[in-house]
Design a protein around this ligand. Structure first.
Ligand code: IMP
Ligand code: MG
Length: 180
């Protein structure tokens, strides 16, 4: 266990397990879209590390774009309102789109993004999330590729942050905060 100030980190998913699972997800996507091209859309910034491993696990023609959202909140609380802060560079009409996100929590972010992207007439629209905290769901989201179902704990590492820190941890860790 590592600490920073009063914050405690406990490993939840080891890097080797993450690596294995992400490659499996890449293979699954390659099977599902065999002979076709896929267009990955990463949700900045948390999904960037997952996306960079996932894309190398896909043995198809792949293109890439990014979106960014703000959920009007800092730290470990989501406020509920989602706003697009960076839109796509190119049209997705007629493309096999896979929306790539780090974690599915309340579902507000992906529910919103799914509706925005669906209006742009992709050929297919799928969702890949590394982590899923099913217990926390408020808005329904149909997720096609899930790395790991995790308990209702705040996690950091492998792209996930707490106040922009810890994204560089190789393992996914549970972060315990000091009492306020
Ligand atoms: P949702 O809209 O509540 O599903 O939350 C999605 C976003 O909240 C994710 O993209 C993360 O940025 C953030 N988030 C939710 N749970 C965690 C967590 O445990 N650690 C770090 N970020 C989280
Ligand atoms: Mg995020």
């Amino acid at each position: 266990m590592a600490t920073r100030g009063q914050e405690h980190l406990k490993v939840l998913l080891r890097r080797s397990a993450i690596q294995r699972r992400v490659l499996e997800m890449g293979r699954q996507i390659s099977r599902d879209f065999r002979g076709e091209r896929v267009h990955l859309i990463g949700v900045l910034k948390g999904a960037s590390i997952f996306l960079s491993d996932l894309i190398r696990g896909i043995s198809l023609e792949v293109s890439l774009d990014f979106m960014a959202v703000s959920s009007y909140g800092k730290g470990s609380q989501t406020s509920g309102q989602v706003r697009l802060t960076k839109d796509l560079d190119t049209s997705i009409e007629g493309l096999n789109v896979i929306l790539v996100e780090d974690i599915l929590d309340t579902g507000l972010t992906l529910n919103y993004l799914y509706r925005v992207l669906q209006q742009r007439k992709p050929k297919a629209l799928r969702i890949a999330a590394l982590l899923d905290k099913l217990e926390r769901r408020i808005k329904e989201v149909k997720v096609d590729y899930v790395g790991f179902r995790i308990p209702n704990e705040f996690v950091v590492g492998y792209g996930l942050d707490y106040g922009e820190r810890y994204r560089n941890l190789k393992d996914v860790c549970v972060l315990s905060l000091p009492p306020e």
